[in-house]
Design a protein around this ligand. Structure first.
Ligand SMILES: [Zn+2]
Ligand SMILES: [Zn+2]
Ligand SMILES: [Zn+2]
Ligand SMILES: [Zn+2]
Length: 401
């Protein structure tokens, strides 16, 4: 891995993980990752190759051959054609012939992803760069590592005529076996990052597509994470393919040896929902310090969204800065239980304050006290955070009275 900040380690009971190789400063990027494969959400709003927003661009190009891909520029189209797992001629031919009649949008997206994965696999037989990317793909957590999944209608259809009859038209190599199809689908489910675009004017969530990164999934889940993912898919430099990179940035200072953790879903998600998603989607039970504490909360409160909790401990009368200092020094040592006050301050500090955004606030620069939302891009200064903290504190004091 191309970083001096992180080192891969075996973590008892959790498989592999990533630890701080040295002391890490708040806001520092500890890992940057380029995708193995990008599966676009084919609704025509985003570039089929690099996922840039197409609106407002005057140089977009639609694929004349399949009519199912649009690119942000002719340069991007050229790069996508050369990429075996992108919109290569082989992928284009298969997409043009694909029978998706009666399939849901989600199934069609999975089918397209499989076509790209299959193309990468076939190219790996005779191309060096494809071989490296395929090895990275093969190394991702897949079906064998996760609990048994039910065979969806998609899997049945894919492993019968719909899928296998279409893929042999790709040159070279053999098509996936049904087991390999199931494994690829599991890899996407377990490792794929949904790449979000800023919300629309009505607050609607737009998903650009799904991307698989070779190293990102080495960072294990925790509900009080210490790193968060940032990206810049709408970066203006059309020539640079690097707009698809993701960066994992430290939310606060970390000592050497600390395990890096990310949250697989937005921080505000309630305890029962987090437990359900960890179990059903990722096949593990989360017993992180936050879950340990929240498992003891009465159920009514767990359903509440951030800001509506009414059972926070008020922790005496410490000044906001002191309360924050206390919080940053606390909640160490993975297996302990976080206290309710810490959890509330953590959420106040890191959940984007914009209504319905639910992004994570990340320091803009190493050591900076200014935070920026990784979803909507809004910024907050330390002074604004302390004011928010004070407001929440006095609200709780009033509620308690
Ligand atoms: Zn593009
Ligand atoms: Zn095409
Ligand atoms: Zn948890
Ligand atoms: Zn936001």
């Amino acid at each position: 891995m191309q970083t001096d900040a992180a080192v891969v380690v075996d973590i008892p009971g959790r498989g592999k993980g990533l630890k701080a190789a040295r002391k890490i400063t708040s806001g520092e990027s500890i890992l940057s990752d380029l995708p193995i494969l990008i599966a676009p959400n084919d609704d025509g709003e985003f570039c089929s190759a690099c996922l840039r927003t197409l609106a407002g661009r005057n140089d977009t190009v639609a694929c004349r051959d399949c009519g199912q891909a649009t690119f942000c520029s002719s340069n991007c189209e050229r790069l996508a054609r050369q990429d075996p797992a992108g919109h290569s001629p082989a992928v284009c031919r298969v997409l043009a012939r694909l029978d998706t009649h009666g399939l849901s949008a989600e199934s069609i997206a999975t089918l397209h992803f499989l076509v790209q994965a299959q193309a990468l696999f076939m190219a790996s037989a005779h191309e060096d760069t494809a071989r490296g990317r395929w090895a990275a793909f093969a190394g991702l957590t897949g079906a064998a590592d996760s609990k048994a999944r039910d065979s969806s209608d998609l899997f049945r259809r894919l492993s019968t005529a719909t899928f296998s009859a279409q893929l042999p038209h790709m040159a070279g190599g053999r098509p996936f076996t049904p087991e390999e199809v199931a494994d690829a689908v599991a890899k996407e489910e377990l490792n794929g990052y949904g790449i979000m675009a800023p919300s629309g004017p009505e607050g609607e969530r737009n998903i650009r597509g799904t991307a698989l990164y070779p190293n990102a999934s080495l960072i294990n889940h925790e509900c009080l994470p210490n790193v968060a993912r940032t990206d810049n898919f709408d970066a203006p430099d059309v020539q640079a393919p690097n707009n698809t990179a993701v960066h994992f940035k430290a939310l606060h200072d970390l000592p050497a040896g600390e395990e890096f953790t990310q949250s697989y879903f937005p921080l505000h998600v309630s305890y029962p929902m987090r437990q359900q998603r960890c179990q059903e989607q990722y096949g593990f039970k989360c017993s992180c310090p936050r879950c340990k504490e929240e498992s003891t909360w009465p159920e009514d409160d767990e359903a509440d969204d951030l800001g509506e909790e009414d059972t926070m401990e008020t922790e005496g009368e410490a000044e906001p800065a002191a309360r924050e200092a206390e919080m940053m020094g606390d909640a160490e040592e993975g297996e302990e239980r976080a206290d309710a006050g810490y959890i509330q301050v953590f959420l106040l500090k890191y959940v984007c304050p914009q209504a319905d955004c639910f992004g994570t606030l990340v320091p803009t620069q190493p050591g900076s006290s200014v935070q920026e939302c990784n979803m909507c891009g809004c910024q907050r200064t330390e002074a604004q955070f302390l004011a928010d903290l004070e407001a929440a504190h006095s609200q709780d004091t009033m509620a308690a009275a």
